[in-house]
Design a protein around this ligand. Structure first.
Ligand SMILES: Nc1nc2c(ncn2[C@@H]2O[C@H](COP(=O)(O)OP(=O)(O)OP(=O)(O)O)[C@@H](O)[C@H]2O)c(=O)[nH]1
Ligand SMILES: [Mg+2]
Length: 244
């Protein structure tokens, strides 16, 4: 990793018009030298046009207009390919809804610069916290992460977290074509790939906040996808088969 690592922040958006300006500004302030790539899936609420206006006044900001809503995983894979092609050293994932504090990014990126393959902004390590979640939602996340740890034999406390910094070398080494997980499962999929490859994964405690504006795109289908896939990978692990 070069002394001054080149950092790109990938920001997927779908109907985040009430959040985009604020989150983009916080990201730019937290990481003044980094570039920001907004990946919008043709949001009906005009998020894409707002993204264009932000990009027009800031040379560190670019926008990718994707034509259909294809899920978070597909948007990130698109961003990964562009980030690798453009030669970035560190690739950041963050939600646009304000749940993930950009102010924690310097500490996460420092871990990657120090040799970690992946630094996760984690809710479930000591020092991490959640603001504004009902108990039900917390239990779902904790139970999902516990199940994931046991099924996959990994030590990560917050494998479903979508707040991450990756060393781009590990993304470049991945077969991105083989990733078709969409929701939370995409994050588990990425984590499991790196854990199997013996890469170092660290967790940095963060304060996670429930979104205040806009609506969640989380759905029962996303939870079911994650449960089914984690179960399948866990069974494949038990019989010594390659995960598919
Ligand atoms: N480009 C793109 N972005 C998406 C898509 N689905 C969700 N997003 C974005 O992904 C991020 C996370 O989505 P959220 O709706 O907050 O879902 P979540 O964080 O898993 O669930 P909550 O905790 O309930 O907010 C946000 O920035 C969304 O705008 C999609 O299909 N395409
Ligand atoms: Mg969210």
């Amino acid at each position: 990793m070069p002394a001054a690592a080149r950092v790109i922040v990938l920001l997927p958006t779908y109907d985040e018009i009430a959040n985009l300006e604020w989150i983009a500004g916080r990201i730019r302030s937290a990481l003044p030298d980094a570039d920001l790539l907004i990946l919008d899936d043709d949001s009906p609420d005009g998020t894409g046009e707002l993204a264009d206006r932000i990009a027009a006044r800031d040379e560190h900001v670019r926008v990718v207009h994707r034509t259909v809503k294809a899920g978070l995983g597909a948007a990130y894979v698109d961003g990964f390919r562009r980030a690798i092609a453009d030669g970035y050293d560190v690739i950041v994932e963050i939600d646009a809804d304000g749940s993930h504090p950009p102010e924690s990014l310097p500490a996460m990126i420092a871990e990657v610069e120090g040799g970690a393959a992946l630094a996760i902004g984690s809710r479930w390590v000591p020092g991490g916290s959640i603001v504004g979640w009902p108990k039900r939602r917390e239990l779902l996340s904790r139970a999902g992460n516990l199940y994931t740890r046991i099924a996959l034999g990994i030590r990560v406390q917050d494998a479903t977290a979508g707040f991450r910094a990756y060393a781009s070398r590990v993304i470049a080494a991945m077969d991105l074509d083989s990733i078709d997980s969409k929701g939370y499962c995409f994050q588990v999929d990425m984590t499991y790939r790196l854990a199997r490859a013996g890469e170092r994964i660290v967790e940095v405690p963060i304060e996670f906040r429930e979104r205040e504006h806009g609506v969640s795109k989380m759905s029962g289908a996303i939870v079911v996808e994650a449960m089914r896939r984690v179960t399948r990978w866990g069974l494949q692990r038990l019989v010594g088969a390659e995960p598919r």
